[in-house]
Ligand binder design. Structure first.
Ligand SMILES: *[C@@H]1O[C@H](CO)[C@@H](O)[C@H](O)[C@H]1NC(C)=O
Ligand SMILES: *[C@@H]1O[C@H](CO)[C@@H](O)[C@H](O)[C@H]1NC(C)=O
Ligand SMILES: *[C@@H]1O[C@H](CO)[C@@H](O)[C@H](O)[C@H]1NC(C)=O
Ligand SMILES: *[C@@H]1O[C@H](CO)[C@@H](O)[C@H](O)[C@H]1NC(C)=O
Ligand SMILES: *[C@@H]1O[C@H](CO)[C@@H](O)[C@H](O)[C@H]1NC(C)=O
Ligand SMILES: *[C@@H]1O[C@H](CO)[C@@H](O)[C@H](O)[C@H]1NC(C)=O
Ligand SMILES: *[C@@H]1O[C@H](CO)[C@@H](O)[C@H](O)[C@H]1NC(C)=O
Length: 306
């Protein structure tokens, strides 16, 4: 271990407990607004293995009854090398596309970068560390949907991010591209009202990339069966319950079929749990047939998450 690493570890051991403050659950997120960050046409740092820029967006709306934020994340056309990619909410907006000016991760409770986020305890992570809490970008296209209980859509809140940015990084932290959040009006009919609490389901989907399978991690294998049974558990106000694990069948002509199943685990007393999903990107899979069971699986995921 390098001396600096040792000192960091030591100071964490000595002072970490006193300094660490868990992120509080946000319960006052406003319905009827969406904040969305859409990646620009040009990358900030392309590296060698990227044509154009990563395409995609991060969209955020209030969770059920204003508890937490529902994130919908889509990325595609990622670089062929340099992954798995990370993405975070950063403190400041980009200025003229300059991702350096976004500064550090959104970290209103001053947790710092180390130790790395433990996804089993998302309240202890940097508020803006979305890939730490809900998974790195390991597929192309990459789609994820989840509830985060610690981010805010309410201006004035320490965890408010509607005036900030999203940054996509290479695995080595180099900033690849970034976008600022902007507020969009949402028709009232599409807002969600529920008393059921946020569900959190992890769905790590097989890749359907229109026949062009990229290795983002060097180890991803679209022909193997993925085990999707490790849902993120949130430890909000109550114990997690109804942890849904959704998997799906994807049929892509010219490639093997990956299949799995939907299971429901009743973890007990009707508390809050949250759900993240990483599923293939039906809209992007032009030329592919994504089977009905996948689509119904996605619908089921959305249904269960309401
Ligand atoms: C980070 O990774 C990218 C992609 O592999 C590479 O182009 C870039 O030079 C790396 N940056 C650093 C600082 O090593
Ligand atoms: C981007 O912003 C950083 C910090 O704000 C600044 O040092 C750098 O010169 C900027 N780069 C460009 C290309 O403007
Ligand atoms: C992450 O948190 C879980 C639950 O508290 C714990 O069991 C696990 O050991 C932690 N992992 C690391 C790497 O600290
Ligand atoms: C964003 O909003 C928060 C909360 O209202 C505020 O504290 C912060 O200064 C704002 N940041 C920028 C870059 O405007
Ligand atoms: C993809 O990963 C496999 C297994 O790690 C490796 O053998 C193969 O060369 C990789 N392909 C590309 C295009 O990187
Ligand atoms: C992917 O996994 C399957 C089953 O584990 C194996 O048969 C196949 O050789 C692997 N393909 C690659 C490219 O690693
Ligand atoms: C998937 O994970 C579950 C729980 O961790 C385990 O019981 C099961 O055997 C795993 N299945 C595969 C195919 O690895």
């Amino acid at each position: 271990m390098r001396p600096s690493g040792f000192l960091a570890a030591l100071s964490t051991a000595l002072f970490g407990c006193a300094a660490a403050k868990d992120a509080p659950v946000v319960i006052d997120n406003p319905q009827g607004v969406e904040f969305k960050a859409t990646l620009p046409k040009k990358p900030f740092f392309a590296g060698a293995a990227l044509v154009g820029n990563v395409k995609g967006s991060v969209s955020a709306t209030a969770g059920p009854a204003g508890k937490g934020v529902r994130f919908r994340v889509q990325f595609e056309n990622l670089p062929k090398t340099g992954g798995p990619f990370l993405y975070h909410i950063h403190e400041e907006p980009a200025v003229n596309g300059n991702c350096t000016s976004t500064l550090a991760h959104l970290d209103p409770y001053h947790r710092g970068e180390t130790p790395a986020c433990n996804a089993s305890e998302p309240q202890t992570c940097q508020v803006g560390d979305l890939s730490g809490k809900y998974g790195k970008i390991t597929s192309d296209p990459f789609v994820a949907e989840y509830f985060d209980l610690y981010t805010s859509l309410q201006p004035g809140s320490p965890a408010f991010f509607g005036n900030r940015s999203i940054v996509v990084h290479y695995a080595n932290k180099t900033r690849l591209t970034c976008a600022n959040f902007a507020k969009l009006p949402v028709p009232a009919a599409t807002t969600v009202h529920s008393t059921a609490g946020a569900h959190h389901t992890a769905i790590h989907g097989p890749l359907a990339t229109g026949g062009a399978h990229h290795n983002l991690t060097g180890s991803h294998n679209t022909t193997s069966h993925h085990n999707f049974t490790s849902p993120h558990r949130t430890t909000g106000a109550a114990s997690p319950s109804d942890v849904y694990t959704l998997t799906s069948v994807v049929t892509v002509p010219g490639s093997p079929t990956t299949s799995s199943s939907l299971t429901t685990t009743d973890a007990g007393n009707g508390g809050a749990s949250a759900t993240s999903s990483v599923v293939p990107f039906p809209g992007a899979a032009s030329g592919n047939r994504v089977s009905l069971s996948l689509l119904s699986g996605v619908v089921a995921a959305i249904f269960f998450s309401l």
